[in-house]
Design a protein around this ligand. Sequence first.
Ligand SMILES: Nc1ncnc2c1ncn2[C@@H]1O[C@H](COP(=O)(O)OP(=O)(O)OP(=O)(O)O)[C@@H](O)[C@H]1O
Length: 611
Amino acid sequence: MKGPAEAPRPARPGAQGVVRGALVALAAFVMALLPSWLPTFSLTLLNLVAIAVMVVLGLYLLTGLARMTSFGQAAFMGVAAYATAILTTRHGVSPWLGLLAGLALSGGAALILGALTVRLKGHYLPLATIAWQMAITIVFGNLVAVTGGHTGISGVPPASVFGLELRSSGAFYYLAWGFVALALVGAHNLTRSRTGRALRALRGDAVAAASFGVNPPLLRLQVFVVAGLLAGAAGWLYAHFLRFVNPTPFSLDASITYLIMGVVGGIAALPGVLLGAGLITWLEDWLQGVLPLLLGRSGNYEVVALGLILVAILLFAPKGLWGFVERLLPPPRRAPPTGAGLTASRGGGAAGEALLEVAALTKHFGGLVAVRDLSFTVRRGEILGLIGPNGAGKSTSFNLITGAFAPTSGTVRYRGERVSGLAPYRVARKGLARTFQHPHLFNDMTVLDNVALGTYARTSAGMLASALRFDRAEERRAQAEAYKQLARVGLTEAAFARPSDLPLGKQRLLEIARALAADPEMLLLDEPAAGLRKAEKAELAALVRRLKADGVTVLFVDHDMELVMNLVDRVVVMHYGELLAEGTPAEVRANPKVIEAYLGSALEKRDAVRA
Ligand SMILES: Nc1ncnc2c1ncn2[C@@H]1O[C@H](COP(=O)(O)OP(=O)(O)OP(=O)(O)O)[C@@H](O)[C@H]1O
């Protein structure tokens, strides 16, 4: 481990927070004064920046946090812009009612599209959003009776506040940046919440996220809708600022430009959103003026220039321009959380009674039977070892128990309740926590936040509550709980390090701390000793013994016979997918079938090496 990363920072987070707060207040003060200093042209540009920020903020949540790419945000913007334009020009409705209608329609559209597409993997989601984006642009252009076709709808009334019509750029500036301020604060709060952590965990590792109770499709859908609503609000601002709508600002080109803004500024950080939206909006405007003069002809050449900038950023600054700036700033200092953790709610039931019952479990992979007719019971309070030579079916059994695989036949019951066939997040919420053979940790979060992820199913603040910071008390307890579990595995020194700074042995302890943060009744450890040195294995074994003393039931799947035999109460041995033997370590060690299986596989390995 890198020494300095592990050492606790000399925490003076209070002073740093005050400085940050003062800087934000100063920026807000300067922003409030800008309309009295700047010419109309600059204010108009700033209003367009504000509108872009709203859309890119949605992309921050969608792509920056959850790594879902959408090429369709301008379409959601267009849905709200057309809704308010039609209602206010043709039906005399107030622009504020137009806002409600616009948000309802853009949010509804995101809900429908999201429900259909968020389960798509890899490139299919972006492709689906392109299809949606193109379809909706065609509707805007061709449904002439409703949308005015390519001519669009003009005469959209200005929004008014307390009877004051916001006609000028200077007046509209306060409305647009007021929206931005609210959205920024909400996004900032969300990022620091249980939802923000879960979203970051979701990126590329839905299996790990589900292991502490996150429902990946639901969370993806929620964030997709929020991004749609932010784009909808931007569309409403656009319609009442320019007072004219046509299909062009809501086309695929526009959606791509918003993505470029995110990538250029740095889509994974809120300052990057502001930087990207500001820079690209200004650059686009500047290039539109300069390029025709330089090239001697007019055309959309700024698109080519923006494309080149995007390529350069992707090559030289994959984290965007904010990535550069961030490196120059001092790292944030955080103090160890204090106070009470979360209330333990599991437990009950007598030691020794059946907790997990595996009955006639079978799993086929095509023609291969990985697990055949496997039955065993884990009793409350014991450590049960599941061992077997390579390919015996241990990991498959583990995945069947935790819900990662559905069994071909047979059942798994936990506390008498059938859990086989349930989604992994549902199994996790029943009180079964797991670790992974190869640690699934999140290096863009601190060690402490990685453990706090484990509290997901024990906390309940939703997106709105988190965005409004109503989760303050719960979040404090979740952080304190995470720290408590870090202390339990002896890792508090590394609380503010990154998981990648830790050696493998400590990463495995960190995964166990995260599992413990879920307050599990039963802990399933998948080859926790693989790749560990002798001293690390001893540390692991001591921890598992302490957990047993605390009443945690453990299913310990591993190769290491010596470790398992000295640690567990009972052993289940698998061979070629079937149960070979079951009993105490002494009974199993003396079982001729076990000796033969292990000796046989050792000889096979030796022959393979010789060959
Ligand atoms: N997703 C899969 N698709 C097809 N076959 C699989 C899959 N997962 C496992 N298998 C096969 O099932 C059998 C049992 O594999 P499994 O990984 O469960 O064994 P194991 O006892 O955990 O082995 P190891 O100790 O080497 O991890 C092996 O033959 C393996 O190749």
